[in-house]
Design a protein around this ligand. Structure first.
Ligand SMILES: Nc1ncnc2c1ncn2[C@@H]1O[C@H](COP(=O)(O)OP(=O)(O)OP(=O)(O)O)[C@@H](O)[C@H]1O
Ligand SMILES: [Mg+2]
Length: 287
């Protein structure tokens, strides 16, 4: 067993609370999904949440690299049948547990919907105490993005003030809504110059969706363009650790406070879902 492999608790699923699952999406590469997911994961862990961070970039995983974590196995080993999910999970910084993906495995980009469902269902065998899981996805609307997003409770859209980012965020929301009717999207604006700028970018996206789609957008806030964020990423760590108190770190902390208040799921959606057993148990316990 890898020294860094997460200590897998042997609690039965009956005792484990429902997990808030958050699919982080964006319209185009470089919008900051990985940066947002990993920094929010650390911030939530500091708020005493037990956090999992899944790398949904199945063929070109980079969460482990971004957080300077050694992986021994990854989701390609789960798909290949040689490892179980608990054997793949590794301990990341500040108590965050990481589900790593392959580094350059073209076949992992071509998985079928059934194979994605296999990954999602494998989480039922992961008996680690967890309150929240972030899924860092590919850009845009590949099959994996749709499957992982529909299997999550919350969709967090990262958008920047660039025509392609806004347009593709709109198209991503449209595709997620069209494929299974998800109609609620939480929005974070990234790389903005001020909170007003972030609100303006959100307003632009809202105008587009309001005109053409029947969806509900909820604005969570913004993360400023900040060299400290870039420097932290280059050091392969979170901005919270590398530059505590800087403007982007403070905005990540504010966003984490908000996410902490989102209601936890109480019952299953009745479809393929991450940690579905825990949701079934939660609904039975709440009766
Ligand atoms: N708020 C920010 N301020 C400054 N730089 C940022 C900010 N957010 C992200 N970046 C930088 O933007 C680049 C892209 O970020 P990131 O890798 O998180 O995007 P992504 O959407 O995950 O991209 P990919 O499509 O490659 O997965 C990185 O160099 C990152 O350091
Ligand atoms: Mg990324």
């Amino acid at each position: 067993m890898c020294a860094d492999q997460a200590a897998i608790a042997t609690e039965s699923a009956d005792n484990l609370p429902a997990v808030q699952t958050i699919s982080v999406v964006s319209g185009k590469g470089g919008d900051g999904r990985t940066t947002v997911a990993m920094n929010l994961a650390i911030a939530m862990s500091r708020l005493s949440s037990r956090v999992l961070l899944m790398d949904g970039n199945l063929s070109l995983g980079n969460i482990d690299l971004a957080l300077n974590v050694q992986q021994q196995f990854n989701l390609s080993h789960l798909i290949g049948g040689s490892r179980s999910l608990p054997e793949i999970v590794v301990n990341g910084p500040e108590g965050v547990s990481i589900v790593p993906s392959a580094h350059g495995d073209a076949e992992m980009a071509q998985l079928s919907q059934i194979e994605h469902v296999g990954i999602i269902n494998a989480f039922s065998s992961l008996h680690v105490p967890a309150d929240i899981m972030f899924i860092d996805n590919d850009a845009g609307v590949s099959r994996s993005v749709l499957d992982f997003t529909h299997a999550a409770r919350q969709v967090l859209v990262v958008v920047c003030d660039e025509p392609a980012s806004l347009q593709n965020a709109f198209l991503t929301i449209k595709a997620i809504n069209a494929s299974k009717g998800t109609d609620r999207f939480r929005i974070i604006t990234n790389k903005v110059s001020s909170s007003q700028h972030g609100l303006d970018v959100y307003s632009e996206l809202f105008r587009m969706t309001d005109r053409y789609l029947d969806v509900l957008l909820e604005y969570c806030g913004s993360i400023p363009q900040d060299d400290m964020m870039l420097q932290a990423n280059q050091k392969r760590t979170s901005v919270l650790e590398a530059h505590p108190g800087c403007k982007s770190a403070r905005s990540v902390e504010r966003l984490a406070q908000k996410i902490k208040e989102w209601p936890r799921p109480l019952e299953p959606k009745g479809q393929t879902e991450f940690f579905v057993e825990r949701l079934v148990n939660a609904s039975l316990n709440n009766r």
